[in-house]
Design a protein around this ligand. Structure first.
Ligand code: F6R
Length: 609
């Protein structure tokens, strides 16, 4: 995720900004930049690539000055490039802004600003902020920022500097974190504490809607309606290593906990009016193109493949279109049957997986339209696919994919609803019902994340075993596969997923006294069948831990333990049922003292065959 650093004080700002940016490198980024208020005017230096590239470019021509802002960018709007890197300026090069988050209405703001005479140089959403600040500035930067952010829909943490008011940084936030570090005669701003942890541990945490004016000696925080806010000073007790992980012991746990934010970001500008409508205009698909699709082929690897399996159920159910899902490593060598009206959908968190890329190229060679769902702007998959739907999960650092998977599911659902709307299958009311259910999911995920104690207890039971089964029917089976993969890759327990109805065709022979069986039972249409399968397992003395919707059949009487899930439409339940399975895998791996973030033999991005 992007990183923000700001400094104001008596010292040269450039080395402090660079040091702060380096401390935020763990967040992932693809370009970096700084803006300094130098005696000769506002100086901006930025470069695609690592911070070292920026440093080399600046060389000995370090811009002097003791007020500045810096940024590491993780591309969302516009590919990684020098021009798209932050900071961004208005037309006059007198204002510079760094920003984290997503501005949902940037296209309409950009158009309006262009009509007002503003000239844009980048493809980013952030640049509208710089022009808005410039547009509203008369003689007070706080006033200008305050007016600018009032026009912005979406999420932002931003810092602005300007030539005319050289003694201050002005910052604001909504739905994206920002902290102010309090020094002696100097102050700092950052998206994340590690940026300045070696300099101060005393911080103000900015709340949503708040703005602040930061000078070398004073920090004033204001509410959205301009009232001065009395802030409490927080003392950071974490060490730097922990702080990088937001205080969590592992990136995987941090990323699991970030999922509500990742989901919300992925819906931004897409689920309109709290989900009552949907807009994926970014795909530039005409209604005719949507109607011409006769079949969908989903291709991916690993966890992304499991997301595709869930997508198949949703698409076939809602769109009544045949959907095939294939592993990219199989697809590329099996001469797949692709009719011209088959849409090929590739899913890849990294956008660099060699097999997925080869599958994409094969589909393009055959002349099929290819739509990619990926998390990395400017990745090979994003560049080579015809259309891209980005997941906005932010960088995923732990090898085991969690937040990317959840946002892949959400993207598949949104795509399904969008195609349903464009193909005239979903009327306004059905679309609104499903859209609002999707819109509620992030809060429901939040409620599950608060129940880690229950999951820890279950993981205590799993940890000593060398074999665990996951069973489910329908879309629960697809989630069982993902749950099993998570457990095996990080805890090294052999975990096998089975379609519940298949147990009696072989696997039941492996059910022995006490063996853990994770049973998913969230699908209304097959609930009775799932219960019968659970009874088959119980009759062989398997230890059944059931994940079911709250208030449905009284599973508690039938199984050893129930974890109840909030209610959502059947087809969306995977977003809720997989979260406890991720946590279960995590706590089990911790109990077995496994290296959670970097499991043996595995790499985050599989760029070789
Ligand atoms: C498992 C996991 C992998 C990836 C797979 C595809 O937790 O992360 O199975 O899902 O290697 O990677 P991407 O999505 O980058 O193509």
């Amino acid at each position: 995720m992007c990183g923000i650093v700001g400094y104001i004080g008596p010292r040269e700002a450039y080395p402090i900004l660079i040091e702060g940016l380096k401390k935020l490198e763990y967040r992932g980024y693809d370009s970096a930049g700084v803006a300094m208020l130098s005696p000769a005017g506002l100086k901006v230096e930025k470069a695609k690539g690592e911070i070292a590239v920026l440093e080399t470019r600046v060389g000995n021509n370090v811009p002097p000055g003791s007020t500045g802002i810096g940024h590491t960018r993780w591309a969302t709007h516009g590919a990684p490039s020098d021009i798209n890197a932050h900071p961004h300026c208005g037309c006059s090069q007198e204002f510079a802004v760094v920003h984290n988050g997503i501005i949902e209405n940037y296209l309409s703001l950009r158009q309006w600003l262009q009509e007002e005479g503003h000239r844009f140089s980048s493809e980013t959403d952030t640049e509208v902020l710089a022009h808005l600040v410039e547009h509203y500035f008369t003689d007070d930067l706080l006033q200008a920022v305050s007016q600018a952010v009032k026009q912005v829909e979406g999420s932002f943490a931003m810092v602005a500097i300007c030539e005319q008011e050289r003694d201050k940084l002005v910052c604001a936030r909504k739905d994206s974190p920002l902290v102010i570090g309090l020094g002696e005669g100097e102050n700092y701003i950052a998206s994340d504490v590690p940026a300045f942890l070696n300099r101060t541990r005393r911080i103000y945490i900015l709340e949503d809607g708040e703005l602040a004016v930061v000078t070398a000696s004073v920090v004033q925080v204001f509410s959205a309606n301009g009232r001065l806010v009395q802030k409490e000073i927080n003392e950071v007790t974490w060490e730097a290593g922990e702080a990088e992980k937001g205080g969590y012991p592992h990136f995987m746990l941090k990323e699991i906990m970030e999922q509500p934010r990742a989901l919300r970001d992925t819906t931004r500008g897409r689920l309109i009016n709290e989900g009552r409508d949907i807009n994926l205009a970014e795909l530039a698909l005409t209604p005719e193109q949507c109607r011409n699709i006769e079949r969908i082929f989903i291709v991916a690897c690993g966890t992304a493949y499991h997301a595709g399996l869930v997508g198949k159920y949703a698409m076939e159910k809602i769109l009544r279109l045949p959907v095939e899902v294939d592993l990219a490593s199989e697809f590329r060598y099996r001469d797949p049957l692709l009719d011209p009206n088959t849409l090929v959908l590739v899913i890849s968190q990294s956008g660099e997986t060699a097999d997925t890329l080869a599958a994409l190229r094969l589909a393009r060679e055959r002349g099929n339209p290819v739509l990619a769902i990926t998390n990395v702007v400017g990745s090979s998959v994003a560049r080579e696919a015809e259309k891209v739907l980005y997941t906005w999960a932010g960088p995923e650092i732990a090898v085991a994919s969690t937040k990317a998977y959840l946002t892949q599911l959400l993207s598949l659902y949104m795509l399904t609803l969008y195609l349903g709307k464009q193909r005239g299958i979903l009327d306004g009311q059905s679309l609104a019902e499903m859209g609002t259910a999707l819109y509620r999911l992030p809060s429901q995920v939040e409620s599950i994340l608060g129940r880690e104690a229950e999951l820890r207890e279950i993981s205590d039971y799993l940890a000593p075993w060398e074999s665990v089964f996951f069973v489910g029917r329908n879309v629960d089976y697809a989630v069982a596969m993902e749950g099993a993969l998570k457990l095996k890759e990080i805890s090294y327990i052999h975990a096998e997923a089975y379609a519940s109805g298949e147990l009696k065709h072989g696997t039941l022979a492996l059910i022995v006294d006490g063996i853990p069986v994770i049973a998913l039972a969230t699908q209304g249409a097959v609930l009775d069948k799932s219960l019968s399968n659970i009874k088959e397992i119980k009759a062989r003395c398997g230890h059944v831990i059931c994940f079911a919707r709250e208030g449905e059949i009284n599973f508690a009487r039938e199984v050893d333990r129930v974890f109840s899930l909030p209610a959502a439409p059947d087809i969306f339940m995977p977003i809720l049922s997989v979260v406890p399975l991720q946590l279960l895998a995590y706590y089990t791996a911790v109990a077995r003292a496994c290296p959670v973030d970097k499991p043996r033999n595995l790499a985050k991005s599989v760029t070789v065959e």
